[in-house]
Structures are given as structure tokens and as C-alpha cells.
Unconditional design. Sequence first.
Length: 257
Amino acid sequence: MIDFLTIPSPCYVLDERLLDANLAVIDRVRRESGAEVIVALKACAMWSIFPELARHSDGATASSAAEARLVFEEFGRPAHTYAPVYTDRNIDEILRCSDHITFNSVAQFERFGQRALIRGISCGLRINPEYSPVGTDLYNPCVPGSRLGVTAGELRELPAGIEGLHFHVLCESRPAHLRLALEAVERRFGRLLDRVAGRHANPPPFRRGVAGRLNVVVRAFGVLGEDDLYAVHHRARARGAVGIVAVKNDDHLFPRI
């Protein structure tokens, strides 16, 4: 047990035993599902433990040039970057520090995508499946008029160079909500999913693969109690069609299938 009376104040205290317990769960998800795991700096940007997190993960996410640089320099790997807005002022720094980048719109990809592709960076596109269980409109990324992601009506064809689709629609949600989100994505974007997965006309394997991997994640996190399936992030390179991002209350690592 930590004797908090012996710790100077103010300071930030991390219990390494609890961290190790969380990392053991993450390792189980990686082992049983074949998931890649990326760390979300939004949940844990304590760079003094980055070496430990790096041993149990496959990289980290970033949502700004500063975060991408932190991942690149302190985590020791290029970042998986998504931001609603990229500008001429920050895009070169983001590309320097990233090996995956997700664009918020087709127009944004058309503006900056070639600069990413010539550097060998994997490009994705955020989609809006027009479903989210979030009850407060202020935090709901799928409310009418939302500018976060592209709707199916706006995405008739997949732009050349896009390798994956990203959607983030859950917050403090249940596994049933994630299933509904996946169904909404397949219903609205199913014609595109197999293309980004490297398959061209084979929806059934896509559905079986997602269901099986989702069950592994839910079972693994269920061992420790209530789960918060937080978001979904997808990046495919002829390996699978959808990624599951999950986080338990105190687990700051995002397993991504």
C-alpha cells in the first residue's frame, strides 16, 4: 500500500501495481484478438511511463502537432494522428511526426493528402455513421449539422489513397451501443468497407471477423468488471475491416483491432 503521508504535495502519484494490472488486461486483448494497441494521450500523457506503455502497445494517438511531437520524441514512434483541422502552419510538423493520419473531410484530404502519401504515411478518413447514444447534443458528434466526419451521402466513392475509415461516436457507452454503432457503419458504408480492408466483394467475412474480435474484447474487459467501450477507430491495410477501441474506467490504453 502507498503511504500517502510520506509523499510530498503537490505531486502526481501513479500506482505501478495498478498500471501493471491494467497492462496485463491489454496484453490479453492483444494476444487473444490479434489487436494492435495504441495509447491515447488524452487519457494518459505522463511521458515518464511511456517506455513501459510502449512495451505493451503498438504506438500512440495524437490530435495536435504538439501531441504528435510528444509521441514521436518521447514514445519513440510516429503518431497515429487525427484532428478536425489541419493548417498550412502545422501540417508539415504533424506529417514529420506521424505514420498514420486521419482526415476529417474529403476536401481536407484533397488539400493535404498528397503531402502525406508521398511521405509513405497511411491516410484515413473520418466518417459519421449518423448514430450515437450520447444524449447531450454538445458532446454528440453525430447531431444534425455536425462537422465531425463525412456522412454516407457525402461519400459516394472512396478517394484514391484512403486506406481506412475512422469513426468515434461513443462515450461512457455499453457494448450494446458499440454493436449498434457497427451496424450503422455497415448499413451506411458497407459498400466501402471491403475496399479499405483489401477485399472487394466479401461482406460475410467482414461481419464474422468484427463480431469475433468484439466478443474477445468484451470478454477480456468483462473479467475485471464494468466496461466503458469508448470509441471506434479503424485503419485497414488488407488486414481487417474495422478496429475496436475500448477503454475500461482506469485503463488508459486503447486496444485497436
